[in-house]
Ligand binder design. Sequence first.
Ligand SMILES: Nc1ncnc2c1ncn2[C@@H]1O[C@H](COP(=O)(O)OP(=O)(O)OP(=O)(O)O)[C@@H](O)[C@H]1O
Ligand SMILES: [Mg+2]
Length: 536
Amino acid sequence: MEHTTVIHMFCILILTSAQILNNEFYSADIYPALDTRSFVILSFFGLVVIFLLRSKGVLDSNPTKSLLSLLLLCYVTFPLVLAIITAILAGGSLNYVEVVLLLPVLIAASIMGKIAGICMATVCTTLLFVYGIYNKLPVAFIFESNLIVISMMYVIAWFIGGITEIESENRAQLKASIDSLKKEIIQRKKAEERLSKLNVAVEQSPSIVVITDLHGYIEYVNKKFTTVTGYLPKEVINRNFSDLRIDFLSREQFNQIWRDVAAGKELDGTVYNKKKNGDIFWESVNICPIRNSDGIVTHVLRLSEDVTEAKRMEKEMIRLDRLNLIGEMAAGLGHEIRNPMTSVRGFLQLFSSKKEFQNYKNYFVLMINELDRANSIISDYLSMDKDKIIVLEPKSLSHIIETIGPKIRLDAKKSGKKIVYLLEKLPPLLLDEKEIKQLIFNLVRNGLEAMKPGQTLTIKTYVEGTTAVLAVQDQGSGIKPEIMDKIGTPFFTTKDHGTGLGLAICYSIAKRHKAAIDIETGAHGTTFFVRFNLEQ
Ligand SMILES: Nc1ncnc2c1ncn2[C@@H]1O[C@H](COP(=O)(O)OP(=O)(O)OP(=O)(O)O)[C@@H](O)[C@H]1O
Ligand SMILES: [Mg+2]
């Protein structure tokens, strides 16, 4: 822009000078086809074209960059070269005082724009007239002899001023866009900072955060998700959330939930879910839609907390309440039932030996066996008496296990299963040996019953912090989440020939030893942990 403007200015300046000198020094005979008027017209025409194209934004400001700009530059420069040749031939007498008046006009127009240029042209014209009148020249003569200079001044004012204005307008526009760009960059930086803060907060959140698209395909999971479920982000991104869930919900039900949220609903509740290793954990979940700035739901946000521990505590409380009730009932009812049963059994035995009942001997045996079975169930039930007196003595847990080892091994062998012992030396614990044997038997029996032939049951003892732990680990198919709540309830069984008292007894024994029972279960098997407090 700057180069062409300067070239135009010089072009006009020299052409005008040549034109002024034309009368005296320039002869059209030297260049028969051209005269300076033609140069001036050519140059002005070029300037007009440049001006129009520039104002429409067609022309590049750097003339060497586009062919059109270059051509136009040549077009304007050509008369300039001719004018210079003319000036040389004319003898270099470009020293008329009127020509100097073009300079202030040029400066005013190029610095302050069109209006300033025109004002300066008017001032200069007035000066010419004042100068002429002062030299006693007639006004018509002054006008005639300075016509070209005057018109040049206005033309310069008009075009150079116009170009300057366009240029300054462009500059202002450029400045405004740079300013707004700067502002936008600052805003973006701030937004980015805010976003990175939020990102850290979400990443470090103690809640599990999952963001999916409207079809349940995972786009984001935070650290807590990995900590709880064991899945790394790269293992779940772009997978459907329903693929990771235990199939208590069908794909259709899952899709329905996602559709509801996509429609703007917010859902919450407590569900269980599956970890990468197959373990089940409980979650308190909130599922809500994420909307874009137009209010359209674009994603689904799933926030959840691992409430497995709280759930376990809750179950434990319920279980303890139940145990208390059972204990009270056991104490009251047990004896009342057992005493009449003992009498009945006595009479049955008496009658079975009588001659007249010999034909029914088999029935008597059956009745007595059934009574014995009922009696043993009542004995089991009575063992849950909350006031049952136990004898606590310092004993080695590992040693107790070793003493019942042969019996356990025999049970396992009968059903074709293996037993592995991993027993550590533990400090002595206050235990009732008979009860602890019962507890181990019940857990071992359950483990063996849950496994297929060839699988292995592991019995471990070890110290963990301030607790001594007995762990009975099987390789069965795990306990279904829906029955976890009922485990330990007297008479709850899923087995054809089970009484459902095994675990209830374990819980009551554990309670009397101030021990806690925890269960870890999954598709790979179940482990029962009995934790005895070492700081008794
Ligand atoms: N290790 C285990 N693996 C899988 N399921 C188990 C396991 N232990 C217990 N269960 C489930 O818990 C239920 C209750 O167990 P519990 O020991 O109280 O009763 P039971 O084994 O059915 O009968 P029994 O009175 O003969 O022990 C079982 O029926 C079984 O469904
Ligand atoms: Mg059992």
